[in-house]
Design a protein around this ligand. Sequence first.
Ligand code: FES
Length: 146
Amino acid sequence: MTAINRRRALTGSAAIAVGVPVLAACGSDTSTAVDSSGSADSGSGSSGGAGGEALASAADVPVGGCFVVSGAKVVLTQPTEGDFKAFTAVCTHQGCLVESSTEGDIPCPCHSSKFSLDDGSPISGPASAPLEAVEIRVSGDSITLA
Ligand code: FES
């Protein structure tokens, strides 16, 4: 092998070695964005979705606000005292998790869409489709998936 061929071979190896971490970084970038978009979490939500799964206690959900259970990707709302509703916490715009709030709506931190506490319909922002309703059961102070 001549000196030129060895140099070319080494340069090619370096290019491959540099390319691999770049691809790995791109792959992890998406999961980082999803992880960082969820904020307040009860810590009680697991990755399930099965009926009867405990989501939160009623006291976690503010009247006139919402509480996000990140693990279950569900947002619980209490538009008026004692009236609980639940929706998917995945924004219909580009898939970020919405945030917990006491401000009278369900906000998305990514592009500032806001959804109704009553029916999950979009109030403002780029999202145009409603958050899908999730069936829940409220028993005493416990809120579970129905
Ligand atoms: Fe929610 Fe864009 S992902 S507003």
